[in-house]
Design a binder for this molecule. Structure first.
Ligand SMILES: *Cc1c(COP(=O)(O)O)cnc(C)c1O
Length: 376
């Protein structure tokens, strides 16, 4: 059995090696490294896959969030609601643009925005909300959309971890993650569910005016070359990454299935382990398992389990050990709501190896190592 890895990108590459190599060499031989046919093809194919009108490629998922906030026309001091239980990028871009993050508690089962707390954090300065579809499952969007409409907020979905996840509405309709609010953002960081061989990102919108504005912002604020009508930035997906992503997009469904298979294997193995709570499956979303994250009964057991796994050749990780409102760099922002659940979860969660190449033999070893810890 090969070594168990938290994320195994190399084995995944080997299965499509010839196709990828040809595509990369084609770009190099074309001499066009920025823009070009591969960018257009990938963008069109992703639009079709997600059922969204506009996909705008950018340099990474953090830029995507920043450009979305720039496109939302906010003024310094305006407030943006976001969970504290997320990757730093979500809140970082808010702070960077001199906006104020308003942290909100998460739901204990889905780790996404607790929709019952929305009215607690909103003020007349609140202008936008960034739900994060954490670990591969959608936040509960209907109550968020209703709330945003009531308070006239721009909805920016952070879909870095949940590309192609399905959100189900009560009327039976379905929309893909990131294509529900005004704008969606994603990341093609190599370990994400659709990962490039370097950095990359994209933005989604169904709004033609927003799409035009996003394209301008990402291109130095210009529509016509050397005419800079607004202040923008430089954020592009490069052509080699687009060529690679276009190939991997064809495999995205099977990649997600492989993740769901591993998650099902874990679930079944742990059903009688009382100390563990396995990932919840919400009614409003499927789960694309960017991470398989469990909650352990105590912090002592979580830390002990991590050590035990490490000693037995099973990698694991904590997403995220410190919530953003507890980070040193974010102490100037006031918290006016209870975030004790966020803090509690950060002290008790653990994520197991999750990628597309886990074999039954590896899954068996991982699950047995976990179970053995709680037996001893
Ligand atoms: C990865 C990630 C980002 C940032 O994406 P980059 O491409 O690394 O900039 C933003 N938000 C979340 C939730 C992420 O997981």
């Amino acid at each position: 059995m090969s070594n168990i890895q938290l994320v195994d990108l190399l084995s995944q590459y080997h299965k499509i090696e010839d196709e990828i190599n040809t595509a990369v060499i084609d770009v190099i031989r074309s001499g066009q490294f920025i823009g070009g046919e591969q960018i257009k093809n990938f963008t069109n194919n992703l639009e079709n896959k997600l059922g969204v009108k506009h996909v705008i490629p950018v340099a990474n998922g953090t830029d995507a969030l920043q450009i979305a906030l720039m496109a939302a026309d906010l003024k310094p001091g305006d407030e943006v609601i976001t969970p504290s239980y997320t990757y730093i990028a979500t809140a970082e871009v808010i702070a960077l643009l001199n906006l104020t993050p308003k942290f909100i508690e998460v739901d204990p089962q889905t780790f996404t925005i607790d929709v019952n707390k929305l009215e607690e954090v909103v003020t007349e300065k609140t202008k936008a909300i960034i739900p994060v579809h954490l670990y591969g499952q959608c936040a509960n969007m209907q109550p968020i959309l209703d709330f945003a409409k009531k308070h006239n907020l721009t909805v920016i979905e952070d879909t870095a971890q949940a590309i192609n996840a399905e959100h189900y509405f009560e009327d039976g309709s379905m929309k893909k993650a990131g294509c529900i609010g005004h704008m969606g953002t994603t990341s093609f960081f190599p370990s994400k569910n659709l990962g490039a061989f370097g950095d990359g990102g994209a933005m989604f919108t169904n709004d033609d005016d927003l799409a035009a504005k996003i394209r301008m912002i990402a291109n130095h604020g210009q529509k016509v070359k050397y005419q800079h009508d607004i202040i923008g930035c430089n954020s592009r997906l490069d052509t080699i990454q687009a060529a690679i992503l276009d190939i991997k997009l064809k495999h995205l469904d099977s990649y997600i299935h492989a993740r769901q298979y591993a998650a099902g294997y874990y679930d079944a193995a742990f059903q009688n382990v009382d100390q563990l709570t396995v990932p919840f499956r919400a009614k409003h979303s499927n789960h694309t398992f960017h991470q398989y994250t469990m909650v352990v009964d105590t912090q002592e057991h979580r830390d002990g389990l991590m050590k035990h796994l490490n000693e037995n050749g099973v990698p694991s990780n904590i997403y995220y050990p410190i919530p953003i409102h507890k980070q040193k760099g974010f102490q100037q922002y006031q918290v006016n709501t209870d975030l004790s659940l966020t803090e509690d979860l950060c002290s008790r969660v653990i994520s197991l190896p999750m990628h597309t190449e886990l074999t039954d033999e590896q899954l068996d070893k991982i699950t047995n190592t976990v179970i053995n810890y709680f037996k001893s």
